[in-house]
Design a protein around this ligand. Structure first.
Ligand SMILES: Nc1ncnc2c1ncn2[C@@H]1O[C@H](COP(=O)(O)OP(=O)(O)O)[C@@H](O)[C@H]1O
Ligand SMILES: [Mg+2]
Length: 268
């Protein structure tokens, strides 16, 4: 990435998940789960269908409330905070399904990602007040840098909905980066992608960690992706943590092998 875009994330603290429990009417979706995301690392949360991955993601982003337990980001307790407060702490997320407005241009969608960073606000910008016009120009420049970093710069003027699926997913990743996050939450970022799009997305995610120093929580089904990218992995099965460690260690863990075999028997 270019030097100008290398605004390395400042003061990225650890994310500490402790005894996190989520119950839905009798079903325990997460059962006293612990893990730590070290600053500037990619931490994968994996597991068979129904393991509790999306539930975990939704608690981290404030969409679901924890029944008990804690999620700390540095000095801040996140459980109980609504999504906009969590976003304001520098935690950005992408969605498993595409969430960009299809008719808006990619550039405008990314600019919306910078909303929390704008001082004059979009009303002032709409009125074309001079200070707001200058600020908008600055934000548009940063949007262009981030789009270049993700590799979608040439598509900025197009409607997001006109792009192929893989590029739309990359545009969504760019939108999250436009919030200048310290922690990025990615829910199955390569689901539905071609092999080529997967490789490209993996390279972008590695670049986010290596060039920007941002921490990443990756909820992922694709084992190959996890093995290539993750620094550490937490494996869930039926809401319980069954393994935690480096990708190589968890891959050979008998409990993990059993959990994934059980799944392939089910779906066979
Ligand atoms: N909003 C909800 N209401 C009731 N049950 C839910 C809800 N969300 C998830 N669950 C249940 O919690 C368990 C874990 O689901 P989920 O977190 O989506 O798993 P994964 O993402 O690993 O496939 C499943 O049994 C699922 O049916
Ligand atoms: Mg899920």
């Amino acid at each position: 990435m270019s030097d100008t875009a290398a605004a390395t994330a400042q003061d990225v603290p650890a994310l500490e998940v402790r005894a996190l429990t989520v119950k839905f009417a009798g079903l325990t979706a997460l059962d006293a789960v612990d893990f730590t995301v070290a600053p500037g690392t990619v931490h994968a949360v994996i597991g068979p269908n129904g393991a509790g991955k999306s539930t975990c993601f939704n608690v981290l982003s404030g969409v679901y409330r924890a029944t008990s337990g804690s999620v700390r980001f540095g000095a801040h307790e996140l459980t109980g905070e609504p999504p906009h407060r969590i976003a304001a702490r520098g935690i950005a997320r992408t969605f498993q399904n595409l969430a960009l407005p299809p008719r808006a241009t990619v550039a405008d969608s990314l600019l919306l990602g910078r909303h929390r960073l704008t001082r004059t606000g979009f009303v002032a910008a709409g009125l074309r007040l001079p200070q707001a016009v200058r600020e908008e120009a600055r934000h548009r420049e940063r949007v262009r840098e981030i789009a270049a970093f993700v590799g979608i710069e040439e598509h900025l003027a197009k409607p997001a909905g006109s792009l192929p699926y893989g590029l739309q997913k990359l545009a969504e990743l760019a939108r999250a980066l436009c919030m200048e996050p310290r922690l990025l939450l990615l829910d199955e970022p390569v689901a539905g992608m071609t092999a080529d799009e997967r490789r490209r997305t993996a390279a972008v995610i590695a670049g986010v960690r290596d060039s920007l120093g941002i921490s990443i929580v990756l909820v992922e089904h694709d084992m190959g992706m996890v093995m290539r990218l993750a620094d550490s992995v937490t494996v869930l099965d039926f809401g319980k943590r069954i393994a935690d460690g480096t990708p190589a260690a968890v891959q050979n863990d008998p409990a993990v092998v059993r959990a994934y075999l059980g799944q392939s028997e089910e779906s066979a």
